[in-house]
Design a protein around this ligand. Structure first.
Ligand SMILES: [Zn+2]
Length: 544
């Protein structure tokens, strides 16, 4: 049967997600829902269906266009009232409402007494915009067998939900054409630190036709600061479903947002703003702090400017204080989201994620995943408006650098002269492009037959003919002496490849300290050539 094709349409059309800008695997996109369009990446605050200490109206005023609430609690507490008034009426929010199924309650209490079809039908009845089938979260720390069991149960629920959605759509073809409310269904991806289960789970949900992947439940992974596991979990889901939107459940720590966006997450929900506030935890750009430990309020949001000191806020009544901190925390989350979006537009997401990673060693460990070019390459623009910045050896793995080296690997010099020619290697400077510099003109005059190239520890060998191509002419490098030449293995590869594809007889090198170390450490690479190494350009141009 054509179940796949049909379910794909019914679970929300793939065309309702329009990507506008990308950098790394991050993207700015528009997601269309029955209650309007949201721009992603979006933070989706968790709102309790019964008790709301921060009003959804306030959330809207801060620019949160979508909220998420719990369908299971709404069912238990309101039942038919919710069916009649709709979830938007219940929570008093006219924007996009996503409903979680109750999976979190499963995690907390072991099981809940409803089945997948009941919850799915209820989510439809209350006219939720984005629905999640009942899932069984894997949390963190389950053995493989148990985790697999949770994944299978979640997939079975997802299938049951799917047949309910299909069944209803056959019955109510007319009401559908009337523009009846058709929600988007998000498939709950489970598996946690068992990455093959994450891939399996995502792939099965993708095949069923789910249009959003909702990646569960990293709360415990984040609480233990296992950011590296979180990163690999996201990368696993993304590798299987690269184009569909990815929602990350329970991701409300300000530190994790830039990395998660860079790896391809489009939406995040969390109750952290409130949970932290209850605990007097004050969010800031680099993490959280206990209010009583602070001497200064480091934020100037509408809440913080009301108080002259952390103490004044801390001395206020507990209930008021909790709401004030929660509101401040929301400002911080919103600021983080906007900063990440601006970084995508500026083509500086790589720089931003790395900058951020300095906030915690565990976060720093996790950014090694940025070396995964299959994950980050496709979304990174080949040309950018602004120069990119290179700092340390990790930056040689930037998709832009990788792309450039790949291009150079196809470069065939017209000046190798059947192995009789001369190659000149010259250190890259901050003056670009090289072919327009005085040094180049001097060299070209003296050696009109030679192939002239610059070298750059991050980009490898740069033939002068293409020294104006991005990012050869659009980068600034910090030439830190802290790092050894052998930290730049891509440079050695680039040099070797260039010398293999283009045979020369003589190589003239103006060597800076980096190049001298490369020569010392890689004698065999240059052995078969007549190699002359110089310290100053004047020495080269006086070669007879
Ligand atoms: Zn503030």
């Amino acid at each position: 049967l054509d179940l796949d094709l049909k379910s794909g349409e019914l679970l929300g059309s793939p065309t309702n997600f329009e990507v506008r800008y990308t950098d790394l695997a991050g993207r700015i996109a528009r997601l269309e829902t029955p209650h309007g369009v949201i721009e992603t990446p979006a933070f989706v605050p968790v709102v309790h269906p019964v008790h709301q200490s921060v009003s959804p109206k306030f959330l809207k005023s801060l620019g949160f266009d979508a909220i998420i609430t719990n369908a299971y609690i709404a069912l238990e507490h309101y039942g038919d009232i919710a069916r009649k008034r709709g979830i938007h009426g219940i929570v008093n929010f006219d924007g996009v409402v996503m409903t979680d199924s109750g999976g979190y309650q499963v995690l907390e209490y072991g099981s809940i007494n409803v089945n997948a079809s009941t919850i799915a039908q209820f989510e439809k009845d209350i006219r939720s915009d984005i629905c999640v089938p009942l899932d069984k979260p894997t949390g963190y720390g389950l053995d493989y067998h148990t985790a697999k069991n949770h994944v299978e149960q979640t997939l079975t629920n997802a299938k049951d939900t799917l047949s309910l959605v299909l069944e209803n759509s056959n019955e109510s073809e007319i009401s559908r054409q009337d523009g009846a409310h058709e929600p988007i269904w998000a498939g709950p991806v489970q598996g946690a630190e068992h990455f093959d289960l994450v891939r399996y789970s995502a792939s099965e949900l993708d095949k069923m036709g789910y249009t959003i992947m909702a990646l569960g439940s990293p709360v415990e992974i984040m609480e233990t600061y296992e950011f590296s596991i979180l990163a690999q979990m996201i990368a696993s889901a993304k590798s299987v479903v690269p184009t569909k939107p990815i929602h990350l459940f329970g991701a409300g720590h300000p530190l994790t947002i830039p990395l998660a966006v860079a790896l391809g997450c489009d939406m995040f929900d969390s109750a952290s703003y409130m949970l932290y506030a209850k605990d007097d935890r004050y969010m800031h750009a680099n993490g959280t702090a206990r209010l009583e430990d602070l001497s200064y309020l480091t934020c100037h949001c509408a809440v913080c400017t009301k108080y002259s000191s952390p103490k004044e806020l801390f001395d206020s009544n507990k209930e008021i204080r909790t709401i004030e901190i929660a509101k401040h925390n929301l400002y911080i989350l919103k600021t983080e989201l906007n900063t990440v979006k601006q970084a995508i537009l500026d083509g500086r997401l790589w720089e931003y994620v790395i900058q951020k990673s300095r906030a915690h060693p565990k976060l720093m460990e996790s950014i090694e995943i940025l070396k995964d070019s299959n994950l980050l390459g496709p979304g990174t623009p080949i040309f950018k408006q602004r120069a990119i910045f290179f700092y340390d050896p990790l930056d040689q793995h930037r998709p832009e650098a990788l792309h450039f080296r790949k291009m150079v690997s196809g470069f065939i010099s017209t000046k190798s002269d059947g192995g009789q020619g001369k190659l000149i290697l010259y250190p890259d400077s901050s003056v670009h492009p090289f072919y327009a510099t005085r040094d180049f003109k001097k060299l070209a005059k003296k050696f009109p037959e030679a192939q002239i190239c610059t070298y750059n520890r991050f980009l490898g060998i740069i033939p002068s003919e293409i020294s104006d191509i991005f990012p050869a002419a659009h980068n600034l490098s910090a030439k830190l002496t802290t790092y050894q030449a052998n930290n730049y293995n891509t440079f050695v590869e680039s040099l070797k490849e260039f010398l293999t594809k283009n045979e020369f007889e003589e190589i003239i090198i103006l060597a800076d300290q980096f190049m001298k170390n490369i020569i010392t450490n890689n004698k065999s690479v240059l052995k078969k050539f007549n190699t002359k190494v110089f310290d100053r350009v004047g020495d080269i141009t006086s070669v007879p």
